[in-house]
Design a protein around this ligand. Sequence first.
Ligand SMILES: [Zn+2]
Length: 420
Amino acid sequence: MSLSPLRTSLSCLLLLAAACSNAVAGPSDAVAENPSSISAPGSVAQAPASPTTPSEDVGQVPTTPTPTDTETPTAEQPVATTPDPSASVCAPLSSLASLTGDLTTWLQTAPITAANSGGFKEPGGTELAAFEGAFRALLTEGPTAQVMQDLAGMGYGVSTFRNATGGGWLVVREQGLLSRGGGTFIINLFPARDLWLEAPHADSDEGTLRQTATQLVTLGARALLITGSNRCAVTTASPCSGTTSVCGTKGLRISDAAHYGNTFFTAAHRALRATYPDAIAASIHGMDAGDGPEAAVVSDGTSAPRPEALSNRLRDALNTHLVGTKKAFSCNAADDSGKHRDLCGTSNVQGRIDNGAADACFTEAAAASDRFVHLEQSATLRGTGASSKAVIQALADTVPCTLTGSGLGCQAVVAAQDCP
Ligand SMILES: [Zn+2]
């Protein structure tokens, strides 16, 4: 059981649930954990992972302090102690490879294989389940030796990333020569909002990689999922319902992270959803707005009108901040009749998952959960000017600060935003 205090502390770091401080203070044997028990980088053998044998189904094992992000932690409640993070919390992170710099800038070099490059290899079914399980364990337990080993077996490694200006993230990315176009996934150690971002078309929807990387850091979102392949990287057709002619021929491809479920991208999405059932996932896209009146088209993953939809709130927030004559429209507002682009994300696989579709690949969701929002944007919004800032501001307005990290308009509760 000597591991449990470490786990507890790390979970606190990862989850930043207000209740964590209680959990840390609780166990009387909590004092002893020292960095000495942490494996050296690259060594997986000796981590004391066994006592609480993580099974596939770790979920909420009682030994782990239940992540309480679901219970709207009151923003004022201080994370009382942030118990001396130097040794117990930061040590396991320090066993990871460490990157420093500017995360937003660095992420713009995230590897994405090119169109028609053949650069997407579908993971096997057992790998997808294993990746989802490992990613989930990473979110709940941190980078334990077991997690590191499981991910390494699928070609993935985990590093820490620290900005000079503060903040800390875990970077989950393909290692070595084994790239399968699997994607790059970032977990924020100090999130402020119960929100994560997805860039399934990070390269082809030009600007959305820079945008989402900026949003992750600026908003204090929980995570960012970046595709590892251009949507047209391979010619193999995706069996999922939906259509496009963006790849030159009609039809979806399996390298399209938004339109095929058997990807590490979708496995990471499922892990995030299982861990944070109430969080909002925002899928960020770009469209050719043509001569239409749309600066943006927002949807909840369906095209059903629903006055109280999250997408309508995001639309309103966008229209508050957008400059210029073009406006944001919602797929879920009956009165948005001026919209001529029907880009409602109803075939988006991650949206279908969040909306409880019977089969995320084959069937559209009947109703929306308000946990998923799909944003299509004109090129102007995806640029670097005032309109791009309007998008960040609108997201900030729409998703409140309910966690303890720092983010735009949030009052950070956590004292230490970095490990020494
Ligand atoms: Zn797109």
